[in-house]
Design a protein around this ligand. Structure first.
Ligand code: 5GP
Ligand code: MN
Length: 332
């Protein structure tokens, strides 16, 4: 992959640009996609932002959401935009398989492909890009990219709100070890532009329905198992649980982090029985590498302290299998 600066000549004149991100997008995925979209539009490009799947409700306030295409809802429009594009940009994912529905089309697309991402192991499919796992978030990298282009003054309040969202969510509100000086410098830079960080925090974190809050109570009482001797905990949610509480897209967001607030617990796992797969989420504190764990056992990957994966076994077999792995590897 060539450095992103080598792609600058491609951006010298107005281009049709197709931007996408990963399936089941989070704050960093949507924030980086919409922030970059707004910036490139200001530079005179024609940009189509496509989310491979529906976005969670707590992100619906974001500037630019209404012109974004949800692939699951409008696949034909998304295909048309991809076909017509001069250039493809992927943000917050390393491999086309992470887009799920768009994997085939992206793999076969002849256009130059640019990536901006902070996951480990970028796939060789990208022509140009920035892939820096030490970065707190893809939003931080989009901020760097805009500055690298010499366009700091083009960052307006809307772009700032988009980029701050991913910075805030991917750093756990500036708590995770990945929160480097650059992350704080970016927050300072955005504040100088007039960022209202409190309203963003409230929109993302204090927008629960009563049902979601009660579901959390149920999960912590009924569905969390704690294995003190392994410093680990597991939350497992069956389809029945999700239906019982009418759990919506985004309502399980952040659940996996709760066990890490128990003293001594350094490895937390969430197993969710989705309609089409068994989804796994892993989080850790300290030096237990959940990215390798996800890759080795659950067909996934991600970051050192936050990763995800999937299982092909049934929900109950996956739980049994997970516990067996836990006792085999005995995390400390
Ligand atoms: P989550 O648990 O929120 O789905 O994922 C946690 C982190 O791991 C996110 O940064 C996400 O992008 C990444 N991740 C989740 N699943 C996968 C996967 O299958 N492969 C890779 N490479 N990363 C993943
Ligand atoms: Mn991210």
């Amino acid at each position: 992959m060539r450095p992103i600066q080598d792609a600058f000549p491609l951006l010298q004149s107005p281009k049709k640009i197709f931007i996408t991100t990963h399936h089941k997008p989070d704050g960093d995925a949507i924030g980086s996609m919409l922030g970059l979209t707004k910036y490139l539009e200001k530079k005179g490009h024609f940009v189509t932002a496509v989310s491979p799947s529906e976005i969670p409700e707590f992100l619906e306030w974001m500037p630019g959401v209404s012109s974004m295409i949800n692939f699951e809802e409008y696949p034909d429009e998304a295909h048309k935009a991809l076909f017509a594009a001069d250039l493809i940009i992927g943000v917050d994912f390393n491999d086309f398989s992470r887009t799920k529905h768009l994997e085939k089309q992206l793999t076969n697309a002849p256009q130059p492909k640019i990536v901006i991402d902070h996951h480990l192991f970028p796939s060789p499919v990208w022509d140009y890009g920035m892939s820096i796992p030490e970065k707190s978030s893809t939003c931080e990298m989009v901020y760097d990219f805009i500055n690298l282009c010499g366009d700091h003054e083009l960052i307006d309040k809307d772009i700032a709100a988009c980029l701050y969202t991913g910075l805030m969510t991917d750093t756990g509100s500036f708590k995770f070890p990945i929160t480097n000086a650059g992350a704080h410098e970016m927050a300072a830079g955005l504040k100088r532009i007039g960022l209202d960080h409190t309203s963003i925090h409230e929109a993302v974190y204090d927008s629960w329905t009563e049902g979601r809050m009660r579901f959390l109570g149920y999960v912590l009482i009924e569905r969390m198992e704690v294995f003190h001797k392994y410093n680990a905990a597991l939350i497992s949610l069956s389809r029945k649980d999700l239906n019982l509480f009418n759990v919506k897209n985004g309502d399980t967001e952040g659940l996996v982090n709760y066990p890490l607030s128990i003293a001594g617990i350094r490895f937390a796992t969430l197993i969710t029985e989705r309609n089409d797969e068994i989804k796994m989420s892993f989080r850790s504190k300290g030096d237990f590498d959940v990215s390798s764990f996800a890759r080795q056992y659950f067909d996934g990957g991600g970051h050192f302290n936050a990763s995800g994966g999937r299982a092909k076994t049934s929900f109950l077999d996956t739980i049994v299998n997970f516990k067996k792995i836990l006792s085999d590897i005995h995390p400390q």
